[in-house]
Design a protein around this ligand. Structure first.
Ligand SMILES: *Cc1c(COP(=O)(O)O)cnc(C)c1O
Length: 372
């Protein structure tokens, strides 16, 4: 999808908010803790490379991405710090992982055995850096806590081109006030750590929620959503300090007209003016990630909340204005405008989802503009 720069719709990313959010968490963490900024899914929709560079300035030590391609994007942008791919990688891509110096999780013995076969025939530019992933209760990827992780360690040691760099787990409920399941997972991870023959360079169990509300184990934090200024729990649990939202989504009114009473608006005529009304058209729609379920949501024009009336179209929405405004008047869909604010969390609530999904759903058609 081509980025549409010749229209007023854009996401504005305040990189100083990102810097500040990272500085705040670094103050809370102990000195020996490494902070890896999680910039998967194009930096949660904020732009991976720009966020990574801002995070580096603020003191991040490395990065996490979801896929090999996301890691390559960072390398090609000149990032030289450690990068950990979080998802399962295929043994077919071993050479690429080595070439771009991307660390990755190993989640089964089968993977290691397959890799051992391939590596008997293949010479790599550098050793592969692997992190053993332990599934302590997420049910997603990794060795079960009941499996013998030490066998994986022994296998790694028998493969000259593989270096054991880390071990980690991931919590399912670290963002909830109720801590019992978190404790169960944590105890399973600690039991695994205790019976290891020795510890690798990186031991880690913390996403944002764990770093904010729990005591991280090990020496690395995988800091994701909170670095964008978003509370991992939505509204359920208060953050220990203020998180500063980095993203604004803005556009402008491209047509303004007064429609008579009983005039149908949008596909399906789902809104009919009850009286003569000023209606503005804004060039954003579901193809931009501004979804159809947002009909009825209110967005900001000159500090006034204006309802989205009629169905959200692919590329446009209509809003009810309190009075006539000039064409070109700024519209804020996420962010501050005239003393009011719309948060990603509020959009997420209207969509009955989480802000994570809204942020990474802002499509590549919307340009990202960066301010310091
Ligand atoms: C996405 C992800 C993170 C970051 O989670 P946040 O809630 O955004 O901090 C950390 N670890 C793993 C394994 C992840 O998949």
């Amino acid at each position: 999808m081509v980025t549409s720069i010749h229209r007023p719709t854009k996401a504005i990313i305040d990189l100083s908010a990102i810097t500040q959010n990272i500085e705040n968490i670094l103050q809370q963490l102990s000195q020996e803790m490494n902070l890896f900024a999680v910039v998967k899914a194009d930096g949660y929709g904020h732009g991976a490379v720009a966020v990574a560079n801002a995070a580096l300035k603020a003191g991040a030590n490395g990065f996490c991405v979801a896929t090999i391609d996301e890691g390559i994007e960072l390398r090609e942008a000149g990032i030289t710090q450690p990068i950990l791919v979080l998802g399962v990688v295929e043994t077919a891509h071993i050479h690429l992982l080595s070439e771009y110096d991307l660390a990755f999780p190993v989640t089964t013995l089968t993977w290691l055995k397959d890799a051992a076969m391939i590596l008997q025939l293949e010479q790599l530019p550098r050793s592969l850096k692997v992190h053993l992933k332990v599934d302590t209760g997420m049910g997603r990827i990794g060795f079960l806590a009941s499996e013998n992780v030490n066998e994986a360690v022994r296998l790694i040691e028998s493969i000259p081109q593989i270096e054991w760099e880390g071990i980690f787990t991931h919590f399912a409920t670290a963002d909830q006030a109720e801590k019992s399941y978190y404790e169960i997972q944590k105890n399973r991870f600690m039991a695994i750590l205790e019976q290891l023959p020795y510890q690798p360079l990186y031991v880690h169990d913390s996403n944002s929620a764990t770093a904010l509300w729990h005591e991280p184990i090990g020496n690395l934090v995988r800091y994701g959503v909170a670095l964008y200024g978003l509370n991992p729990s939505g509204q359920a649990v208060a953050a220990p300090y203020k998180l500063k939202a980095a993203l604004e989504l803005v556009s402008a009114v491209v047509q303004v007209k007064q429609l008579p009473k009983d005039y149908g608006i949008g596909y399906g005529e789902t809104y009919i003016t009850p009286k003569p009304e000023w209606i503005g058209t804004v060039p954003i729609g579901y193809a931009d990630g501004w979804l159809r379920k947002l009909q009825g949501f209110h967005i900001l024009v000159d500090g006034n909340f204006c309802e989205i009336v009629g169905r959200v179209c692919m590329d446009q929405i209509m809003i009810r204005l309190p009075h006539e405004v000039p064409v070109g008047t700024k519209v804020t869909l996420i962010g501050k405008n005239g003393g009011h604010e719309i948060t990603l969390q509020q959009v997420a609530e209207k969509l009955e989802t989480i802000h994570y999904e809204v942020a990474c759903g802002i499509s590549p058609r919307v340009p990202r503009e960066y301010i310091e």
